[in-house]
Design a protein around this ligand. Structure first.
Ligand code: 4AD
Length: 437
């Protein structure tokens, strides 16, 4: 039987072809052999299927060809689709023909045995072919689709922010500087300032793209390049921003639970906490968060401290759902937040912390809308005023209350998939000491 004589089918579609001869195209994932039979596990990106090649059903040449196949050879297998004898709902192919597209002449570097993280990261371009990495890629895809559907369904306009910028949005210590035709420019840390301009134009705007931070320390939550979605809404206050953030996270989790149960299983994710993600999320002030730290093994914690991963874990472990912490001291936050009217030393910001120790996934809040206050904040943070002239125009021409936030895609994938480190949440991570592959 020639492969071209039978319909070419994706492995995920085999259930609708039981009893028919088909061809699948893909790569050899694994092979077990005995004297009279070869079990070829073939993957095509849509799934994995076992093709059973019996000695008696094929020519001696074909049986020998199957015998010699090395892992990750690309091939076409044709045969009859059957429901698996033992596992209901899975299918196999009674192999009648195998055509090799490209042989593999070397030992494939990644085997089922345990490999060290550095080895796997060096071979990331191949590691992506494994089942678990597929599952993570698919969940990431679903999260990104949910991000877009959420905002598109609520009247937001997607407004792309630039990657090269003269502005330090999130402090000067994590800037990647580049040479822009002889002028210094930075890779964007956040599209927020541009979304504030966009909110004045379209009311509800969001951007979604890569952002860059020259993080100087190795942690399990920091990448040098990560994807962030940033909504910004005109006439929204902090309360409305917190509501938007919790609705957004709930929507994303529901979508993953609806459509990616199988992939979560592959990640060995216990979904107990994900099932509890329902609005409203508990809300505490920064002051209350400091008290939790003091009462839980950190008596030295004091107002003015910023929270790292360990502190966030202690605080969020008191709750079984994502937690909103709001009103931090102005001194430890970016220049653009509006001061809290009831206490001028605080700002109207909020962070949303994922449960189970996954830490902050959203950071945002209400923006300063007074021109004078913003000018003095820019001076106080020692930012170059000329680079912010355009931003100040937003306060000169019809200043308006507004708020927004940024959600980091990789931290969200890491939490939803239950991955302790962000390195597996993005196809090709960029971290301190890692630029390849
Ligand atoms: O809290 P951040 O720094 O907020 C901003 O950048 C605001 N300008 C966003 C806004 O209001 N429009 O970052 C927001 C989120 C964090 O909660 C985290 O999920 C993610 O971005 N994030 C990182 N993810 C991976 N690696 C890093 N180095 C990250 N830094 C921030």
């Amino acid at each position: 039987m020639s492969p071209s004589a039978t319909p070419i089918v994706a492995i995920a579609e085999l259930s609708s072809h039981v009893g028919q001869d088909v061809t699948v195209r893909g790569w050899l994932y694994n092979k077990r052999s005995s004297k009279n039979v070869h079990f070829l596990e073939v993957r095509d990106g849509s799934g994995i299927v076992q093709a059973v090649v019996f000695k008696g059903n094929v020519t001696p040449e074909l049986f020998a060809l199957a015998e010699g196949l090395a892992q990750e050879s690309s091939l076409e297998v044709s045969g009859l689709v059957k429901e698996h004898g033992k596992i209901k709902g899975t299918y196999e192919i009674d192999g009648k023909d195998v055509r090799v597209v490209a042989h593999v002449a070397r030992q494939y570097p990644i085997s089922p045995k345990e490999h060290g993280t550095d080895f796997l990261m060096d071979n990331r371009h191949l590691w992506l072919r494994s089942k678990r990495q597929h599952a993570i890629l698919r969940i990431r895809h679903t999260i990104i689709k949910a991000v877009r559907d959420f905002f598109d369904g609520r009247g937001f306009t997607l407004v792309d922010a630039p990657i090269f910028t003269p502005n330090a949005c999130e402090g000067t210590s994590t800037l990647f500087e580049t040479d822009y035709h002889g002028e210094p420019a930075y890779l964007t840390q956040s599209g927020q300032l541009y979304m504030e301009a966009a909110a004045a134009a379209v009311g509800k705007a969001y951007c979604f793209g890569p952002t860059f931070r020259a993080e100087k320390s190795k942690t399990r939550r920091h990448l040098a390049e990560f994807w962030m979605v940033e909504p910004e809404v005109a006439f929204l206050d902090l309360e409305g921003d917190m509501k938007l953030g919790e609705d957004f996270i709930t929507y994303i989790v529901e979508r993953v639970l609806e459509t990616r149960r199988e992939e979560l299983k592959v990640c060995e994710r216990d979904t107990t906490f994900l099932e509890k993600v329902k609005t409203p999320f508990p809300r505490i002030t920064y002051g209350e968060a400091i008290k939790i730290l003091q009462e839980n093994g950190h008596p030295e914690a004091k107002v003015g401290d910023d929270f790292g991963g360990d502190e966030e874990t202690i605080i969020s472990n008191k709750f079984d759902r994502p937690l909103i912490v709001h009103r931090y001291p102005a001194d430890i936050k970016a220049f653009y937040f509006k001061r809290a009217p009831e206490n001028e030393s605080l700002v109207l910001n909020m962070d949303i912390l994922a449960p189970e120790g996954y830490g902050e996934i959203i950071g945002g809040g209400q923006r300063e809308d007074s021109l004078e206050r913003l000018e003095s904040a820019i001076a106080h943070h020692k930012l170059p005023p000329e680079a912010f002239e355009w931003y100040l125009d937003l306060r000169r021409y019809g200043s308006f209350p507004h708020a927004g936030f940024g959600l980091g895609i990789e931290r969200t994938v890491s939490w939803i998939c239950g991955l302790p480190h962000v390195r597996e949440t993005i196809p090709f991570p960029r971290m301190l000491n890692r630029l390849a592959p």
